[in-house]
Design a protein around this ligand. Structure first.
Ligand code: AMP
Length: 430
């Protein structure tokens, strides 16, 4: 199957050719014809399957056909709502790339940065708006955006939206959308809450299901190094100096851990950068751009910051810490081996990680190959001296308990405050 046979128009074919896309991915092959016929779509698929092109190509194509008739300032005709800033930026980049030989204009809006530049580009007029929910509602409230002219609405990563507590924002949006529109709804999983939400948005949709989880896990070569917790950084440096010859994405379970890795790599003269929720938006964008350009070879990320980031042709992913949720492992290794490329996922497993490793192997139904031969073999006695994260947490809790009586009033107040702000915390964690 070719893009041409799917009915994609010449200017878009040209940009796909520039990118070296030879054939559509399964989600593109199934979705593009449906969307070109103006049908609603319910897509069970996640990032990494080629879903962005699956929805942006038909939208650009529709808009190109209409653009011939448009007069005056451009009105926002397509709205894509997505949970994270990183994802929003990437979708914006995709629209720009696929629409390179067309006159379709897009802009991206997200929170965490000043609104000036975003409102300026909105005022110039755009056809496609890619937005995270909070900033979108904010700018709508200020009168910078109207949804009156929306003809195409895409809700992306719906399950993640709900996880992040965006349901109320989405409901507020829905009532502002014109009834007559084409709607697309994407989610990696389809629990009942998601199906219910999709029913509110879509009218008699066509369904497309792509299961990348197994295909990703099958495509990516996976190995595990059993190593003492304290020696993981030495092993990382060893691999970066002797075995790995291209860009690598390293996953850390915590933000603090990610910063520490950057510091220790720096001491070994290895340039790296970290992206996580405590970094400013511009610092994260800078780190990602430097990594994409090949200037920084090592990017350290926490799971939330990494979700959705798309780095093509990434050959290596390292799990510096194994995740305690097995599905997260599958998401992480899905960052490599995309769209037909093969990749290598390397995991470091310390004493605490062994339990997590068992859970992961159960989920992917594969025994991950153990690399025995490395300079930092596991020593059970040494590992016994290391406190696990759980133990550290228990100790912290005990100590807090000791301090509490003299401070009870204040600390209660504080925790109440924190509790009130869970939504804010959740959002700022991204
Ligand atoms: P997505 O799921 O939209 O995040 O896309 C995942 C990756 O696959 C991105 O790097 C795209 O540039 C790439 N990609 C999408 N469609 C194709 C295609 N038909 N051929 C080759 N690469 C593609």
């Amino acid at each position: 199957m070719t893009f041409e046979a799917l009915g994609v128009i010449k200017p878009i074919l040209k940009s796909l050719d520039d990118l070296g896309y030879e054939n559509p991915t399964p989600i593109q092959e199934q979705s593009i014809p449906i969307l070109l016929k103006h049908r609603d779509l319910l897509g069970c698929a996640q990032t990494g399957t080629g879903k962005t092109a699956a929805f942006s190509i038909p939208i650009i194509q529709h808009l190109v056909k209409k653009a011939q008739h448009h007069e005056g300032k451009r009105k926002v005709k397509a709205l894509i709502v997505t949970p994270t800033r990183e994802l929003a930026i990437q979708i914006g980049e995709s629209f720009t790339t696929y629409g390179k030989y067309t006159s379709i204009r897009n802009t991206v809006i997200f929170g965490g940065v000043k609104q000036g530049k975003q409102t300026q580009s909105l005022q110039k007029g755009v056809d496609v708006l890619i937005a995270t929910p909070g900033r979108l509602l904010d700018l709508m409230g200020q009168g910078f955006i109207t949804l009156k002219h929306i003809e195409y609405f895409v809700l992306d990563e719906a399950d993640q939206m709900l996880d992040m507590g965006f349901i109320h924002d989405i409901k507020k949006l829905l009532v502002r959308l014109p009834e007559k529109r084409q709607s697309l709804f994407f989610s990696a999983t389809m629990p009942k809450s998601i199906v219910d939400l999709s029913n509110k948005i879509l009218g008699n949709p066509q369904k497309v299901t792509i299961q990348p989880e197994q295909t990703t896990a099958e495509k990516v070569k996976q190995v595990v190094y059993i190593v003492n917790k304290k020696k993981k950084i030495d092993l990382l440096i060893h691999l970066l100096q002797h075995e790995i010859d291209s860009e690598v994405l390293v996953f850390s379970r915590t933000k603090h851990g990610a910063n520490k890795i950057v510091k220790l790599l720096d001491r070994a003269d290895i340039k790296s950068a970290a992206i996580h929720g405590n970094k400013s938006q511009s610092a994260r964008q800078k780190a990602l751009a430097s990594f994409k350009s090949g200037e920084t070879k090592v990017l350290i990320a926490t799971d939330i910051a990494a979700r959705g980031i798309d780095i093509s042709l990434l050959s290596y992913v390292i799990n510096f810490d194994l995740p305690n949720v097995p599905e997260t492992y599958v998401h992480r290794i899905g960052r490599t081996g995309r769209a037909g490329e093969s990749g290598l996922a390397i995991s470091f497993c310390d004493g605490e990680g062994k339990e997590y490793l068992r859970g992961i192997e159960k989920l992917i139904q594969t025994k991950i190959k153990v690399i025995e031969d490395h300079p930092f073999p596991f020593d059970t006695e040494v590992e016994k001296l290391v406190k696990t994260d759980k133990q550290k947490q228990q100790e912290r809790f005990k100590n807090r308990g000791k301090r509490r009586p003299s401070n009870r009033k204040n600390s209660n107040k504080q925790s109440r405050k924190k509790g009130n702000n869970t939504q804010g915390n959740r959002r700022s964690a991204r």
